[in-house]
Design a protein around this ligand. Structure first.
Ligand code: ADP
Length: 854
């Protein structure tokens, strides 16, 4: 083996086997070109790397020459050595020092080998010497091996770099999506997006423009100078940006675009605008979810020569897309929140409207709520006037109206139209609507641009309208209309309630006025007897200060007076009547009754005049009766004297008639006198009287009469002694009257039952016969003075004697004793007369005894 061969082998061996550190490819590559120099005996060596973006070879490492002295090498450089190296993938050298011009490392002999592996050229390796000796094949083989090893290193480094980049990108996107979608708030989502965009792109400025109901607000963000705190950005607030043609294109196509000054990318106008703004490069991204554009995002660079590559664009667009989703979420959330707060406001309005009777305040408050809810400039409520011709402003919320009582004629304007048609209306541009009436603006002092108007109805009748004026977002929506209609429903309820309340109040005051003015004296108390009202007549009659009496107990006002006692008494059974006298000596007939939910009312009629007439009548009757009695007696006496005279049959009949007539006149007059006596004297004797004694005496007295008509009288005396308080004589006349009527009206052989029943409070006596009974229509009249029924005249030739005064007198007597007298009868089936009297308390108790015949 020659030295050369050995050397070659050892050179190749070293070139192929020298270990390289793949963890630090830079150092390894540096080592490779040093080795190339050494093994080929060269003076200089260099490694160029292929750069895809610029399609050229860039010097990366050098030995024996400064890297800054080396220039780029176009991939299409026209040099025979390079052409051969690239097309044949093998090392080529110049022929000695000749032909090296145009190659790196020239002058001198220059050799070049491709860094070629896996079908791809990653770079070029150059060596050169100044001795002018041409490189041998062995040198070229060594260079080939070294270049191939450099290719592997370059390929490895590039792959690692792209993997690192991918990893970096993923982590950026993860962070961005985490913080943007977690923000839940529009401004925060935008801020987070800008911060991540600035970080990922290392741009100087990020601008975000949101398209929102025509307002084109743009916000600018930048990383604060000298700070490396992540996600801190400062914002300049709303700014103006020139009209770049590319912006419209990005928005319409929803595709991102770039503008570069060097090398120029973009239209002339865009480039000129970018330069005038002082930037070197810009990327514009659509901010969109699906096909819905929400806005534009622009990132701007200031470094000269800055270009934006595809990968950067891809990453930035991905962050912008996340931002768009975050923004949309935030908008959705805001909508949901504002819906919730609108519902809350509606329920406030409902509460307001139904919980107060102060209509004006309720309407005013609800207009305020409605204005806040719709965020309109103002909310106003008009009500139809009584004539139904004008809408009058009643309440407003928001911007205060200049004139409080603005009125709109029903034929006018949007409000008039809504009231006439009972139909809501949204007018989002009033200037183009023929209904709009600028005269109303002049009255209200507002400049109307948009209007939402809904009718205020109850039971199909229009009461007025509610208007929301000027929506700051530009236009009112159907949802706004629904909200305002709900407010209108509440307002209608409140108006209805208020009307109802007013009607009730009016009714009440009318009633009160009637009560106060009525001629009858009226006193109203609570159930416990505290004065609620004393009307004029009562105040005058009792000499009371009506106002001061209110709230005081009745027995304080009617002190020591039966009226006061009756109104306060909790045991008195109502209704009840009583005669009362006033300090002015008037007699009032009072009826005290219960008024549900109020208390008690005493209504008193002045019967003084009636009383006087009654007294006069009694006096007159008394005198007449008295004066008639004596001449009657004389006639009777005369008739008696004629009894023995020798008269003809006819004369004797006439004398008999005289007898009967004077008898019945006498008993009528006696009865009248008795009635007058009993009715006019209130001072009855009250002494404990045994009811059994009363009944026995009456039966004994009338026994002959009963026997004459062959009647049987049944009476079983009670086992215990029953006492009542009363006047024995008067009560005896009652008892006699009832039994004698039974005897009188019942045909011969009749049956008469007298029965006593009792309980702790009362003693009841009944007198029952099996006589003719009393026709139904006569029943209410039998207790009238001088009333004589059909039974009395059933045989016109032989009428039953009587005056028609007995039962009237009996009723008066029983009532004077605090009792009751009544009749139960049916024509043809006999009659039963009953009276009940309060029982005088005895220690014994008894139960109601059954009514048995024995
Ligand atoms: P008089 O007995 O004097 O007619 P009263 O006042 O006692 O007057 O009675 C009034 C009327 O009531 C009688 O005329 C009679 O028509 C009716 N009446 C009273 N008691 C009876 C009775 N037991 N049966 C039927 N009718 C009676």
């Amino acid at each position: 083996m020659t030295d050369d061969v050995r050397m070659l082998q050892s050179n190749l061996y070293r070139a192929a086997t020298t270990s390289l550190d793949f963890d630090s490819p830079g150092e390894a590559l540096d080592e490779l070109i040093q080795l190339a120099n050494e093994l080929t005996g060269s003076d200089r060596a260099a490694l160029y790397e292929f750069d895809q973006a610029s399609a050229s070879f860039t010097p990366r490492f050098s030995e024996g020459v400064s890297i800054s002295d080396l220039g780029r090498l176009s991939s299409t450089a026209d040099h025979p050595v390079l052409r051969e190296v690239i097309s044949n993938h093998r090392a080529v050298a110049t022929d000695g020092s000749a032909g090296s011009m145009g190659l790196p490392l020239a002058p001198g002999s220059v050799a070049c080998a491709p860094c070629f592996t896996g079908d791809k050229t990653y770079g070029l390796m150059f060596i050169a010497n100044d001795q002018g000796k041409a490189y041998s094949d062995e040198d070229l083989s060594t260079l080939d091996v070294l270049a191939a090893r450099a290719a592997e290193l370059l390929a490895f480094a590039r792959q690692t770099a792209s993997q690192n980049y991918l990893f970096h990108k993923l982590s950026l996107l993860y962070q961005a999506s985490h913080s943007i979608t977690g923000s839940h708030e529009r401004d925060e989502a935008i801020r987070q997006m800008a911060a991540h965009l600035l970080k990922a792109s290392s741009a100087n400025i990020c601008e975000v423009q949101i398209l929102e109901d025509g307002t084109e607000q743009i916000r600018r963000f930048q990383q604060p100078l000298g700070q490396s705190v992540p996600h801190t950005v400062v914002t300049d607030g709303p700014i103006q940006v020139p009209n770049y043609p590319i912006h419209d294109q990005v928005l319409s196509e929803l595709m991102p675009a770039t503008i570069n000054l060097q090398p120029p990318v973009g239209s002339g106008e865009d480039l000129a605008l970018l330069q005038s703004e002082g930037y070197t490069a810009a990327a514009v991204f659509p901010l969109a979810v699906g096909n819905d554009p929400l806005g534009l995002v622009r990132i701007l660079y200031e470094q000269p020569g800055r270009q934006i590559d595809e990968q950067e664009m891809e990453l930035a667009q991905a962050i912008v897309n996340i931002g768009a989703i975050g923004l949309q979420d935030a908008i959705h959330l805001e909508t949901a929140e504002s819906r919730a707060s609108q519902l809350q406001a509606l329920s406030e309005i409902g509460r307001e409207m139904t919980s107060t009777l102060d209509l004006e305040a309720a309407l005013e408050n609800s207009m305020r709520y409605a204005q806040e809810m719709l965020q309109a400039e103002a909310c106003v409520l008009f009500l139809l006037d009584e004539g139904g011709e004008e809408l009058v402003l009643k309440a407003s919320g928001g911007r205060v109206m200049r004139v409080k009582d603005v009125a709109i004629r029903l034929e006018e304007g949007i409000a008039g139209w809504v009231a006439r048609n009972k139909s809501p209306l949204i007018v989002n541009d009033v200037r183009t609507n023929p209904l709009y009436h600028s005269a109303i603006d002049a009255q209200t002092g507002m400049l109307t641009s948009s209007v939402l108007c809904v009718p205020l109805e109850t039971r199909g009748e229009v009461l007025g309208v509610i208007e929301a004026i000027n929506n700051p977002r530009g236009s009112f929506t159907k949802t706004d209309q629904q909200m305002l209609s709900s407010v209108a429903s509440w307002a209608a309820i409140a108006l209805d309630n208020a009307n109802l309340f007013q009607r009730v109040a009016e009714e009440r005051s009318r009633l009160e006025a009637t009560l106060v003015e009525t001629a009858d004296a009226v006193v109203l108390t609570t159930p416990a007897g505290y004065i609620v009202l004393v009307n004029k007549a009562a105040a005058q009659a009792f000499r009371i200060n009506a106002e001061k009496a209110v709230g005081r107990p009745a027995d304080d006002i009617f002190f020591d007076h039966p009226l006061g006692e009756s109104l306060m008494s909790q045991t008195l059974e109502l209704p009840t009547t009583l005669e009362v006298t006033t300090p002015t000596d008037r007699t009032l007939y009072a009826t005290i009754s219960e008024v549900p939910d109020v208390g008690r009312v005493a209504v008193m009629q002045d019967i003084t005049a009636l009383k006087q007439i009654d007294n006069m009548r009694a006096q007159l009757l008394g005198t007449a009766a008295h004066d008639l009695k004596n001449p009657l007696n004389a006639i009777r006496l005369g008739a008696d004297l004629l009894a023995d005279a020798p008269f003809s049959e006819q004369q004797r009949k006439a004398l008999d008639m005289m007898h009967r007539a004077t008898d019945s006149m006498t008993s009528l007059i006696t009865g009248l006198l008795e009635t007058i006596r009993v009715e006019s004297t209130a001072n009855i004797l009250f002494e404990p009287t045994n009811i059994n004694d009363l009944i026995r005496r009456a039966i004994e007295d009338l026994r002959p009469l009963a026997d004459a008509k062959k009647h049987t009288i049944q009476y079983v005396p009670p086992q215990e002694s029953l006492l009542i308080m009363g006047d024995p004589n008067r009560l005896n006349s009652v008892m006699s009257n009832l039994i004698s009527n039974a005897i009188k009206f019942t045909n011969e052989g009749g049956k008469i039952h007298v029965v006593v029943m009792w309980n702790d409070e009362e003693v009841t006596v009944s007198v029952k016969d099996n006589g003719p009974g009393i026709p139904e229509e006569e029943l209410p009249r039998v207790f009238e003075h001088l009333f004589r029924g059909r039974a009395a005249v059933s045989d016109p030739n032989n009428p039953i004697e009587g005056t028609g005064l007995g039962l009237a007198l009996a009723k008066t007597v029983i009532e004077q004793h605090g009792g009751r007298l009544w009749v139960e009868s049916e024509e043809g089936k006999g009659s039963t007369f009953l009276f009940a009297l309060p029982r005088e308390a005895t220690p014994k108790t008894g139960s109601l005894k059954p009514d048995v015949d024995r």
